[in-house]
Write a protein that binds this ligand. Structure first.
Ligand code: PRX
Length: 660
């Protein structure tokens, strides 16, 4: 029987293994309920206790939550701390100096162990280097780097001196990078000559050079380059510097600059349903607290764990569960430069075996593609590897279908490791709805229950609660410390996007549909309710892709929708009207390839549509509005059952149907 064969209804329940429950930080549902009750009883007191017990404050806070300018909430705002101090110095003081902080593995399999002491010294040297360039608290620095220790050093060094970083995923194009550099007002860019993935070198410095010629980025005074491959790069004297030359000349001591708890630790761009990407601004205190708490609660981190999160530092998962959370919690973590399929699709399993990983955290897309690979080639099947070191598995970024969940649980977890389906978002800072390994009975396909202190609920279009068993809109009813603070440079958009007046203006709108189980109250996420797509766990706005398409001189009009895909979760399907006559089949193939590459250049390879269909027009209402729900049905190749009476040009449906 195929492992991906559909399981129609999920009735299996997996209680936490007894031994695990006994020694877990949150032990049993009684432990979970006690924390929820504490938060319920005294919300501010609950968060204040966690804040005091888990972070080092150079100036203790006396105020917990300031709601006076809601929804611009402030947490711990008269307190001061430094994120890098909490991640590094604290470990030197707590006896972790010689503990391995990062086990770094390159694309071609070279492994380095970096202790907390060494990481601290490297961050200090680089932080001093940044200071020597005049970079200081309040400046923004863009980081466009490969998965590397240097990437983490760059982030931590910014945090150490109070500079706000904005990491841009290495797969974004020069145009996307440029847009972010300009929007955030960066004074410097930290990059690498090239990045290595799957045996191939990809230029990064060249892309930065290109981005900086596009104009408007004059505030960028310095480009700091990590030498990864030694490949050829162009050099602009006075502007460009090697990271090692800058750092090597510096002292290994750099006092961490205390910042106010609300000081922006980072700004990370993500897609919304309209307009350009949003710069999600996170705080220092509230964010770091949650990064650490969720390491202790969701991942039940223990001193001997070897934690591996496979995300890229360019996404929020790589921020919270590589650059900050594991270090704040004193973990040993694996960091990997490459891809899961190189040199073969057994790479993850081989690394888990060799590096004795105990907690493994990855995305459903990776799992689904590795299932396919294992079914096609028994040599890369996980049963060929000793995965007995594992004790917990995590999933993030998109819904994990019960079949993939079961495969992960059985084949990777040996039936003994809880699978933690963690629901969260760039905006939430860390997990918000997730099982706890020593407490929550698991149901495949459900992210189960909100973490203590997170007031998740499901409401209708007017903001009223819906009873369990009915689907609705996922919201969070109370502010929490790790939440987004604002959209950089656009507070109005922040208010409108996340606290819409239709819902009463006080509920945080996640943007996902969800349903709670009638009996257990467990949440299942049904996917986005806006025009945001999730392709391989990468979040993209349909509008961004449409804008990229219509920027091509041959395109008159374009509409983009998502459709379910077995491997990538969702796939991008574009409907395009050309300025010239509709192409015949042969031409259509060629033009589709051109347009796909065009989108790759405009946004980045992750945004390339899987399918492009050409029509003489798009299905529109008489008032000229594109009827997207019809396009969604067409993309899924399903019969159109919706009412089409308001359609101005019904014949177009048949044409677009044929165009596949
Ligand atoms: O639709 C949800 C989906 O990913 C969106 C957030 O994307 P992003 O900000 O890029 O952050 C991804 C990593 C946290 C959500 O609105 N999503 C994330 N985790 C899950 C999920 N959907 C279902 N189940 C999840 N566990």
């Amino acid at each position: 029987m195929s492992a991906i064969e559909s399981v129609l209804q999920e009735n299996r329940v997996f209680p936490p293994p007894e031994a695990l429950a006994k020694q877990a930080t949150i032990s049993g549902m009684a432990g979970y309920n006690a924390l929820c009750a504490e938060a319920e009883r005294d919300y501010e007191g609950f968060w204040a206790r966690l804040g005091r017990e888990n972070l080092h404050w150079s100036k203790p806070f006396s105020r917990v939550l300031d709601e006076s300018n809601a929804p611009f909430y402030k947490w711990f705002d008269d307190g001061e701390l430094n994120a890098s101090y909490n991640c590094l110095d604290r470990n030197l003081e707590n006896g972790n100096a010689d503990k391995t902080a990062i086990i770094f593995e390159t694309d071609d399999g070279k492994v380095t162990h970096i202790s907390y002491r060494e990481l601290h010294a490297r961050v200090c040297r680089f932080a001093n280097g940044l200071k020597s360039l005049g970079i200081a608290k309040g400046d923004r620095v863009v980081i466009y780097m490969p998965m590397s220790v240097e990437g983490v050093v760059a982030m931590q060094a910014c945090a150490r001196i109070g500079a706000t970083h904005s990491v841009v995923f290495g797969g974004f194009s020069s145009k996307s990078l440029h847009e972010r550099i300009v929007d955030v007002g960066a004074v410097a860019v930290i990059t690498a000559d090239e990045q290595m993935r799957g045996g191939k070198a990809l230029p990064l410095k060249n892309i930065v050079d290109e981005a900086l010629t596009l104009g408007g980025a004059e505030a960028v005074r310095k480009v700091i380059v990590y030498r990864r491959t030694g490949g050829q790069v162009a050099w602009q004297a006075g502007r460009d510097l090697w990271m090692h030359e800058l750092a090597d000349a510096q002292s290994a001591e750099c006092p961490a600059v205390p910042v106010e708890a609300e000081h922006p630790l980072f700004i990370l761009y993500t897609s919304g349903s309209t307009g350009k990407p949003k710069g999600v601004q996170h705080s220092t205190g509230g964010y770091l607290l949650w990064a650490k708490m969720t390491m202790l609660w969701t991942f039940d981190l223990k001193p001997h764990d070897v934690f591996w999160c496979t995300a890229d530092i360019g996404w929020v998962t790589g921020h919270t569960y590589i650059a900050y959370g594991p270090l704040a919690a004193g973990a040993t973590q694996v960091m990997f430069e490459g891809v899961p399929t190189y040199p073969d699709a057994g790479r993850f399993w081989e690394m888990i075996q060799r590096l004795k990983v105990t907690i493994f955290y990855t995305a459903p897309t990776a799992i689904r593609s590795l299932i396919k690979a294992a079914e096609a080639d028994s040599k890369v099947h996980p049963r060929q590897y000793d995965l007995s070191s594992l004790r917990l598995l995590g999933s993030v970024g998109e819904p994990i279908n019960p079949e993939a969940w079961m495969w992960y649980h059985t084949n990777i977890g040996g039936g003994r490791c809880p699978v933690l389906d963690t629901f969260w978002q760039t905006e939430t800072g860390g997990h918000v709805i997730t099982p706890l390994p020593g407490a929550t009975p698991l149901v495949p396909g459900s992210c189960t229950l909100p973490l203590p202190g997170i007031a998740a609920a499901i409401v209708d279009e007017t903001g009223q609660d819906v009873p369990n068993g009915n689907g609705g809109i996922l919201v969070i009813k109370r502010p929490w410390p790790a939440m987004i603070r604002t959209i950089w440079g656009d507070p109005e958009r922040f208010k409108k996007s996340y606290f819409p007046p239709e819902l009463g203006g006080t509920l945080y709108l996640a943007g996902d549909g969800s349903i709670r189980d009638k009996d257990t109250g467990y949440f299942t996420i049904m996917g986005r309710i806006d025009d945001v797509l999730n392709v391989s766990g990468h979040r993209m706005g349909t509008m961004e892709i449409e804008s990229a398409l219509v920027a091509n001189p041959i395109v008159a009009e374009a509409a983009v929708v998502g459709r379910p895909d077995d491997t990538t979760g969702e796939a991008i399907c574009a409907f395009v009207v050309l300025k010239r006559a509709r192409p015949n089949d042969e031409e259509a193939k060629q033009i589709a390839t051109e347009l796909r590459n065009w989108v790759g250049k405009e946004i980045g390879p992750i945004a390339k549509p899987k399918e492009i269909r050409f029509g003489d027009n798009l299905p529109k209402t008489r008032s000229g509005k594109i009827m997207r729900r019809l396009l969604r049905s067409l993309a899924k190749n399903e019969e159109i059952t919706q009412d089409t009476s308001t359609l101005e040009n019904p014949a177009i449906l048949e044409q677009l149907k044929q165009a596949r």
